[in-house]
Design a protein around this ligand. Structure first.
Ligand code: AMP
Length: 218
């Protein structure tokens, strides 16, 4: 199984790269954010707590996220590859993932870091529109990413929505948390010799070309 990690601040187009990889390589996309959002749909007391945490831009506790991760990996043990999107977000999570990989006799083949300035990431976040039906994403601030008809999905015709946590306040919190807690992970993977930095000011196609080559070689 090829295990790869994506590390990037909010608003880099990380989700699109993960989607392109699943299409090209048939890997499973493990997004801890998506796992948490689907747990929130249950609407019980635990879900309400989770919702409060993620809407403030803070991190959910390590124990909760690790449990979700283990359940996902158990359900997908036959996968050709796993894309870890949104995990690890702290050094402790990176250590926990190493332990888990050892237990499963697996290893992390590559870690991609998508680099972007804070200004650009904010613009991309504030313009983001998502189709709640087919998950296609758009951006109202970029000509090449706008839907053909304002507010409507080109693919399935559903009304587009913004994510509840795509606010400037949540973005600023997320960016600060990223700088403090997630950036130290880069040194950790750099020292292991598996880190690849990608310039996220490039187009999605250009970024994917680099990503694809790296996965083929990993
Ligand atoms: P994302 O979709 O990756 O932007 O994640 C949305 C939110 O889910 C984050 O802002 C966090 O509150 C929470 N979250 C996602 N992944 C993790 C993680 N690895 N550890 C803690 N919280 C997480």
């Amino acid at each position: 199984m090829k295990n790869i990690i994506f590390i990037a601040p909010h608003g880099t187009g990380k989700g699109t790269q993960c989607h392109l990889i699943t299409e090209k390589f048939g890997f499973k996309h493990l997004s801890t954010g998506d796992l948490i959002r689907s747990a929130i749909k249950k609407q019980d007391a635990f879900a309400k707590e989770l919702e409060k945490t993620i809407n403030s831009g803070a991190l959910v506790s390590d124990e909760i996220v690790l449990e979700m991760l283990k359940d996902y990996l158990k359900a997908n043990e036959q996968a050709k590859g796993i894309i870890f999107d949104g995990y690890p977000r702290t050094l402790n999570q990176a250590f926990a993932l190493d332990e888990l990989m050892n237990e499963l006799q697996e290893k992390i083949a590559k870690v991609f870091y998508l680099e972007i300035t804070k200004e650009e990431a904010l613009k991309r976040t504030m313009g983001r529109l998502i189709c709640p039906n087919c998950q296609q994403s758009y951006n109202k601030f970029y000509e090449n990413l706008k839907p053909q008809k304002a507010g409507i999905c080109d693919k399935c015709g559903s009304s587009l929505i913004t994510r509840d946590d795509d606010t400037e306040e949540a973005f600023n919190n997320l960016f600060e948390v990223f700088m403090k807690q997630t950036l130290p992970i880069l040194d950790y993977y750099q020292n292991k010799g598996i880190l690849k930095k990608i310039d996220a000011s490039k187009t999605q196609e250009e970024m994917f070309k680099e990503v694809e080559e790296e996965i083929n070689e990993a």
